[in-house]
Design a protein around this ligand. Structure first.
Ligand code: CMX
Length: 138
């Protein structure tokens, strides 16, 4: 696959954004960038920026959310790593051709004006991996 451009963010599954905000903002001194709902993924997300890397806290908004299932089975903690790519459709096809199992064959709408696609963690050595590409408005 064409090299990824950057680590876009690290996703952390939480039961309550409000309960954890003082740790990231107050203790670590990360810059709170706001909360956004991603209906397609049934989560609320909060972004915290440290230099040019973001942490994304993921709080489920519905029991059928993938994050709710993760919390039930594994508890709070690291959930995924997201990489910025260019040409996400072509990158998905390249990953499929190399034998990786995609969760999303076509990009879905994500937070922060991104199109996103997940690779199954069983294909990526136990780390749920997200591709994301900023949506450019002309
Ligand atoms: N990281 C690593 N491994 C994970 C994982 C994660 N986040 N979530 C599940 N797994 C593992 C499980 O431990 C399990 O492994 P074992 O079979 O060895 O026990 C296996 O994957 C299957 O997990 P499961 O609990 O049966 O869960 P599901 O198959 O129902 O779903 C997954 C797993 C990854 C396919 C699902 O969570 C998914 O589709 N994720 C992508 C969407 C998503 O996570 N959205 C939230 C973020 C949205 C955003 O960032 O905007």
């Amino acid at each position: 696959m064409q090299p990824v451009k950057a680590v876009n963010h690290v996703g952390i599954a939480v039961r309550s954004i409000d309960a954890q905000r003082p740790f990231y903002e107050g203790t670590l001194g990360a810059v709170f960038e706001g909360v956004e709902e991603v209906p397609d993924q049934k989560v609320r997300v909060a972004f915290f920026r440290i230099s040019d890397v973001r942490l994304e806290l993921l709080e489920p908004t519905d029991p059928s959310s993938a994050v709710a299932s993760f919390l039930d089975k594994r508890g709070e903690g690291l959930h995924h790593v997201a990489f910025t790519v260019a040409g996400i459709e072509a990158r998905i096809q390249e990953l499929k051709q190399s034998g990786l199992r995609m969760i999303d064959d076509v990009p879905r709408p994500g937070a922060h004006h991104m199109r996103i696609a997940f690779v199954h963690p069983k294909s990526t050595f136990g780390v749920l991996t997200e591709l994301c590409e900023p949506v450019h408005h002309s």
